[in-house]
Every structure is written in C-alpha cells, then in structure tokens.
Design a binder for this molecule. Sequence first.
Ligand code: 1GP
Length: 252
Amino acid sequence: MNIYKDILSAKEKGKKLLAVLIDPEKIDIKNIDSFFKKVHLSIATHIFVGGSTDKDKQTENVVIAIKKVTKLPVILFPGDVSQITNYADGILFLSLLSGRNPEYLITQQIKGAAILKHLNIEVLPTGYVLIDGKKETATQKVSNTKPIAQDNKELIVNTCLAGEFSGKKLMYLEAGSGAKIPVDTTVITLVAQSLKTPLIVGGGIRSITQLNNAYKAGADMVVIGTAFENDTAFFDDLKDTAITSNFLQTII
Ligand code: 1GP
C-alpha cells in the first residue's frame, strides 16, 4: 500500500476521495463490525482514526479492531503523540499552521519523530489549517489557538502556500468536528487553485449536497465524522451506486 501515491493518482484522474473519521473516544469497539458493513457499501475510500483527546487510550485497540474488518487504508489523525500506533497504515503528520502555538507547530512533531523512526507506517506531512466554523471546536480548545476567519481569504491562501513551500504534501482545511458551517466553497476554490498538493476538507459536512459542493469547489478528499456518528443511515445515502459513482469513485 502506498497511500500518498494513490491520493496523487486519484487527484490526477479527478477521482474524489472520502475519509470516514472515527473518534476512539466515541466508538464502541463492539460496534466496529456492523459499522464497517455500512462503510463498505458506501463510497468511502479511507479511514481516519483520531481525536483531539483519547482519555482512555483506546486508539490502538480501535485501529486493531478496524484492521481486522477492512482493507481500506487506515490513517492516524492524532491529537497528540500518545495516539501513534504501528497498527495503522499511515499517519497525518500534522502541523497546525493556522495557530501560533509552538507545541503544535514543532514540539509534538519532534516527540512524534522519536516514535515514528522505529515504526513502519507511512508518514504524510500535512499542513493543518483551522477555519472558523462558527463553533469553538475541541481542536481550538486543546491547541489554544484561534481559527482563521472564513473571509480572511488572503491569509488562508498564504498560510496554505507557506505550508506547501515548506514541503507539506497534503493540505487540510478544517472547520472543526461538529462545525456549524463547513469551509466555504469560495475558500476551497481559492486554495485549490493556489496549491499543487492534494486538498483535504473537513468539519461540519453532513449532507450529500455539502459533500458534492466541497468536491466541485476543488476538495480532493472530504472527511466526515459527526454525521456518521449521529446516524449511520447517512452511509446509505452514500451508497456506491450509479448515481454517485458518476461523480464520486473509489480508488480501492
Ligand atoms: C474533524 O474534519 C473532521 O476533524 C470531520 O468533521 O466531525 O464535523 O464531520 P465532522
């Protein structure tokens, strides 16, 4: 498995990707089997595992349980280094570029490097840019940073470009889990047009219309967590049928 190569290849072909975000604090391991029966009927292409916190240290157990039931790439989306596990296929090696807190710009990354050098998982250097989703998110609280206002488009674009020029291979525009409003399509378009790197967009997306709008605006991958946590019937709306597959295709 080469996660980054597959993402690049999907981008080149215009295939859109969907990551299902699983928060180890919110999922019951007993339900993973039935949850994935639904995932596998949908257009989901990737699984992200992580959360701003993992008080009960369940990330590794959740990843092990997920790996037993799926062939989709399982990628860590960690809130901090305690969530790193060798059982995953890859890790978003995040730098919180919208913030000015050194802990999440370089300190956690140095601690993470000390662990990752002994492991065998694919490291995906990712610029992480928080955009105001009109709700104070867990990421804001934990990182003690402020998101960028949606209308501060120049700052958003320049922040993403600074990430790309620094060598980030992916860019993640994040309105925050459970955001009231997702990243605006005009923001997505401006960033997508400015970057060469694949663009991930997440936070507050809970309908097919919002998902399609994000794709049409230029997102290469969309991340959805809360909408699936609230109601797994949303997977039924995202079945890999002729209706969706014209526009959204899996790469697996
Ligand atoms: C959060 O972008 C992800 O980090 C997904 O957000 O939970 O709002 O779908 P939601």
